[in-house]
Structures are given as structure tokens and as C-alpha cells.
Ligand binder design. Structure first.
Ligand SMILES: NC(=O)c1ccc[n+]([C@@H]2O[C@H](COP(=O)([O-])OP(=O)(O)OC[C@H]3O[C@@H](n4cnc5c(N)ncnc54)[C@H](O)[C@@H]3O)[C@@H](O)[C@H]2O)c1
Ligand SMILES: [Zn+2]
Length: 369
């Protein structure tokens, strides 16, 4: 097991990464679960696959699981499920000193984390991430949110978990497409600031996706450590450091908006293509060699993630995509911060990007095979 500390001032916590952590849940949570009944939020897919394991682990430690099971999918990250979850926690008699467990992917984690943030002005929660995306990204760092009619993640809070347990065995039941989608966020850490880690991904990524346990442990624990470092330096995204984690996300969100945030294009798939577009656009601006951008594209393609607009089924005009960018929640006084690259592992925040030029670039990308 790897233990990665997240050194948030005043509220440090650990991310534990390894196989077989869920069956030992009681041991890992010792001292935190004060009552016999333990509230756990999950979705129906995860409950079917891992509910019995968690229930048995809690029973062994003298606890009884109290489940709230939401439907899988982005629609559960909304006002209705937030209200339902908070009311349920109140009915369960949850107090500020109690810990709420979140067993699931980023949707369950974001919903439960936000419910924990506002319940009685903040109670504890423990992340038990079950998707690769949740293990390497969403369960760490304390961003919690729900979606509204106006867009994704528009209402939320910074609320750090008390503990994160990333059991690698759960990835065994994750649908392969979800696994690959989460892998985009792994590659992202290499592209942001670590060319060596990108090289590791290029050499080992497909074997990791194929199921190699040791490679999975390395990929997840490396990614968590990379995120933990950034979050500890810039918890509230004020210095620009944490913003680097949005590499590929400005393009990616526009692609997700164009496909209606549906399963036509999963978040990680949009981010994968978004990173390729950020690299190719950086090359077009003369910031980085074209050859480097093509190395990024080749690895994304090798991981069976979309590396071209065509592969993602996007056929609209560039202007349509930049139009979606104008609704990005990172819009700041009329300008959109854009993450560009000077090379692999050298991402930086550019503030003077001309969206009309980005639209022209995207028009040129439409026909690329
Ligand atoms: N808070 C953050 O910092 C942050 C960062 C990135 C993404 N997010 C959010 O995360 C969400 C996406 O998370 P996600 O990709 O994990 O999606 P998800 O939670 O929908 O999980 C993906 C799918 O896999 C299923 N699943 C999850 N784990 C499984 C397992 N072990 N076995 C079988 N099925 C399993 C789920 O039921 C779901 O159908 C988005 O809402 C996004 O906004 C948040
Ligand atoms: Zn993301």
C-alpha cells in the first residue's frame, strides 16, 4: 500500500492506494466511525459490485452500513439528489463529528462531498473512489459540486475529505471505456509538469489499462502525489498553480457541451482530445515543436482515446466550439485563461488567447484523420 499525504494547512489527510483496502475498511477507519450505524452514499452500479464487500467489512468492525443509493449518471449530481441526500443524512441523525462515506466515482464523490460540506455547516466525509478518474483526480483536493440548469459544477464548495481509500481491486469491475477515460487524467499529470512521467505512460500505459496490478499502483499513486502537491500549494485555485490541472479542459468542456454532456463523449475522452488540441494549438502558435504535439496525439490514440475531432464525432464549425467556451465558468472579466504548452511537461497559463484564432484552428482540425 502507498500512503500519500495531502498537506493542506490545518487539515492534512492521507490517500491510501493499494489492493484489498475495502475489505479492511473497518481497520482503516478505526477511530473515525464513532457510532454503530455508518451512512454511505453510492450509486446502483457500484452498490451491486461492491456493496456486499463494504457491508461485510463494516460488520466485521462492529458497524452497520446505512445506504443511500442514487441512480448512476450525471443527473444524480443535481439539486434533487443533493436535497434528498441531505434530508436523508438528517433523518439518519448524522452529527457534525460523524463521517459520511462516499463509495463511487466522481459523481457520488462530488455529490456526497458537497452534502457533507453544507450539512450542519460541515461534517466529515471519507472518499472511497471506485473509478480510475475518481482515484487519480476527483477524490483528492476537496472540490465538491453539483450541476445546475446553467451548467456543470456551478454550485459547490471546497471541502476536503478526512481520508481517501483507493482500492485498486475495484477497477476490475469498472467498464473498460470508463477506465480509459480516467486514464486521460493520468496522462495529464505528465503533460503538465513531468516529461519523465509522460514517457512512463507512453511505455506502460496500455499494459496498465490491460490490468497489470503493479503498473496500476504506480499510475494511481504517482497521479495522487502529483495532484496532492499542486493542491497543497494552491488549495483554493488562487495562485494559478492549481489551474494547471485544467489542461485540456477548456477545449474538453466545449466538446462536452457540444455533445450535450452525454455518453457520446465521456469527460476523460473530451479531456484527452482537449489535451491533443492544446498541444496542436501550442505548436500552431510556434510555442512547441509539432513533433512533440504529435507524440501526445499518438499516445492518446494508442490508449484508444480520441485524438481527432473526427474520432470524437465532432463535425461542427470552430466558432460553435469557441461559443461554448464563452460559457466556461473560468471566464474572468471577458477573457478565458487557456492552458498551453512549451513542450511535454511544460504547461503554462496563457491569458491572451484570441478565440477567433482558436476557432480558425479548430476549423482546420475538423478534417484531420
Ligand atoms: N471534484 C473534482 O475535483 C473533480 C475532478 C474531476 C471530475 N469530477 C467530476 O467527476 C464526475 C465524473 O466521475 P466519473 O468519471 O468517476 O463518473 P461516474 O461517477 O459516473 O462513474 C462512471 C461510471 O462507472 C460506474 N462505476 C464506477 N466505479 C465502478 C466500479 N468500480 N465498478 C463498476 N462500475 C463502476 C458508475 O456507476 C458510472 O456508471 C463528473 O461529474 C466530474 O465533474 C470532479
Ligand atoms: Zn477532468
Amino acid at each position: 500500500m502507498a500512503v500519500i499525504p495531502v498537506d493542506i494547512a490545518g487539515r492534512p489527510y492521507e490517500v491510501r492506494v493499494g489492493a484489498g483496502l475495502l475489505p479492511e475498511l473497518g481497520v482503516h477507519c478505526r477511530g473515525r466511525l464513532r457510532k454503530r450505524l455508518v451512512p454511505i452514499v453510492t450509486d446502483s452500479n457500484v452498490h451491486a459490485a461492491w456493496g456486499p464487500v463494504v457491508e461485510a467489512a463494516l460488520l466485521e468492525a462492529g458497524h452497520e452500513a446505512r445506504w443511500r443509493i442514487v441512480p448512476p449518471g450525471e443527473a444524480s449530481k443535481g439539486w434533487e439528489q443533493l436535497a434528498g441526500t441531505v434530508e436523508w443524512l438528517l433523518d439518519e441523525g448524522v452529527e457534525r463529528g460523524d463521517h459520511i462515506l462516499a463509495l463511487g466515482g466522481g459523481i457520488v464523490g462530488d455529490l456526497t462531498g458537497f452534502a457533507a460540506a453544507i450539512l450542519k455547516r460541515g461534517c466529515h466525509f471519507i472518499q472511497l473512489p471506485t473509478s480510475l478518474l475518481a482515484q487519480v483526480d476527483s477524490s483528492v483536493g476537496g472540490k465538491t459540486a453539483i450541476n445546475t440548469g446553467a451548467g456543470k459544477n456551478l454550485v459547490g464548495a471546497f471541502h476536503q475529505p478526512a481520508l481517501v481509500l483507493a482500492d485498486l481491486d475495484v477497477l476490475g469491475t469498472l467498464p473498460p471505456r470508463e477506465l480509459r477515460s480516467g486514464y486521460a487524467e493520468v496522462v495529464k499529470y505528465g503533460l503538465i509538469s513531468d516529461a519523465d512521467f509522460f514517457a512512463w505512460c507512453a511505455a506502460n500505459g496500455t499494459a496498465m489499462l490491460g490490468g497489470d496490478a503493479a503498473l496500476r499502483e504506480y499510475a494511481v499513486s504517482y497521479s495522487v502525489a502529483a495532484k496532492a502537491k499542486i493542491v497543497a500549494e494552491d488549495e483554493f485555485e488562487t495562485t494559478g498553480k492549481r489551474a494547471l490541472l485544467n489542461l485540456g479542459h477548456t477545449f474538453g468542456h466545449a466538446l462536452e457541451a457540444e455533445t450535450g454532456f452525454s455518453d457520446k463523449l465521456l469527460h476523460g475522452e473530451a479531456v484527452a482530445l482537449g489535451m491533443v488540441l492544446a498541444a496542436r494549438y501550442s505548436a500552431r502558435l510556434g510555442l512547441m515543436p509539432s513533433a512533440s504535439a504529435e507524440i501526445v496525439a499518438a499516445h492518446i490514440g494508442a490508449a484508444e482515446l480520441p485524438a481527432t475531432l473526427k474520432a470524437a464525432g465532432i463535425t461542427c464549425a470552430g466558432r460553435t466550439l469557441t461559443g461554448h467556451m464563452l460559457h466556461d465558468k473560468k471566464m474572468d472579466a471577458g477573457t478565458l485563461p487557456f492552458l498551453l504548452m512549451r513542450g511535454i511537461g511544460e504547461t503554462f497559463l496563457a491569458k491572451d488567447v484570441d478565440l477567433a484564432d482558436v476557432a480558425k484552428f479548430l476549423d482546420g482540425e475538423i478534417n484531420r484523420n
